[in-house]
Design a protein around this ligand. Structure first.
Ligand SMILES: [Fe+2]
Ligand SMILES: [Fe+2]
Length: 271
């Protein structure tokens, strides 16, 4: 069990007048992805088959991710009473398939898996921080505050585990950078696009390109430079580079510009 439960959320403060329909759409998608946490935890338990202590930690982590999904789903149902989470989740699971039962990490090693997990937590902690700052609806703000704190704690957990894995099976900085960049690139793969589709348009045929853009346009609009700076520092730390040096500053500016360019292009295409 995590540090908070759904009972800690002030649901009675929900304010319909402060809803933004664009935000409701991406929250529905996030609820589906988060709710898949147990499946990812199972995969980690398979990869760390001889480490019962880490398996216990991974299962707790998976429960926390699933709770994120439950909180976001309950909020989405308040925002849109027609939202059928169970149906959308079945659709998501049926259409987005990963071999969660594989005992091997796609990243080639346990250390590589931990680099990738760190990158995911960098992404989620930045995302929920940005969403909390943009959202006007007070219950969503509170949910995002709790989730962002969890995601930061998850980053620290995987970073600590990465350190331990590196002591047993060292992988170089170059390999870590490659894995990290590969995982960042995957943020535009099918998972988020399919979740966005399953949550918002499941009655229509799936068009990967269309839904990748539909999700990305709404998600990119949330970010501000300070989210990128913090995310880049966390990423650099995970790959063994100085998190707060000159390189970090330059990289943050470049990423921010690239994101702004992409966000503007996506907005233009949608207009
Ligand atoms: Fe999460
Ligand atoms: Fe997390």
């Amino acid at each position: 069990m995590g540090l908070w439960t759904l009972d800690d959320i002030p649901w009675d403060r929900f304010d319909h007048k402060k809803l933004d329909p664009e935000i409701v759409r991406i929250v529905k998608a996030a609820a589906l992805v988060e709710h898949n946490g147990t499946a990812y935890a199972h995969h980690l338990c398979r990869i760390f088959a001889d480490d019962p202590a880490f398996q216990k930690t991974a299962r707790r982590w998976g429960e926390e991710e699933t709770q994120h999904g439950r909180a976001l789903a309950r909020w989405a149902a308040l925002a849109d009473p027609d939202f059928d989470f169970d149906r959308a989740f079945l659709r998501f699971q049926a259409g987005y398939r990963v071999d969660f039962d594989s005992p091997r990490s796609r990243r080639g090693s346990r250390a590589g898996e931990m680099v990738a997990r760190c990158i995911v937590e960098v992404g989620t902690s930045s995302y929920y921080t940005a969403l909390r700052e943009v959202a006007a609806e007070p219950v969503l703000q509170e949910i995002c505050r709790h989730i962002a704190a969890d995601e930061l704690r998850h980053y620290r957990l995987f970073y600590k585990t990465l350190d331990r894995c590196l002591a047993q099976e060292p992988i170089g900085r170059f390999a870590r950078v490659r894995i990290a960049l590969g995982r960042v690139a995957e943020s535009e793969d099918d998972e988020l696009a399919y979740a966005y589709y399953a949550a918002n348009a499941g009655h229509l045929p799936y068009d990967r390109r269309h839904y990748t853009r539909a999700y990305a346009r709404r998600a990119y609009a949330l970010y501000r430079p300070h989210h990128i700076e913090r995310g880049i520092a966390m990423l650099l730390k995970a790959v063994g580079l100085t998190p707060n040096g000159r390189f970090s500053l330059v990289a943050s500016r470049l990423v921010w510009r690239a994101m702004r360019y992409r966000a503007a292009r996506l907005a233009k295409m949608a207009a």
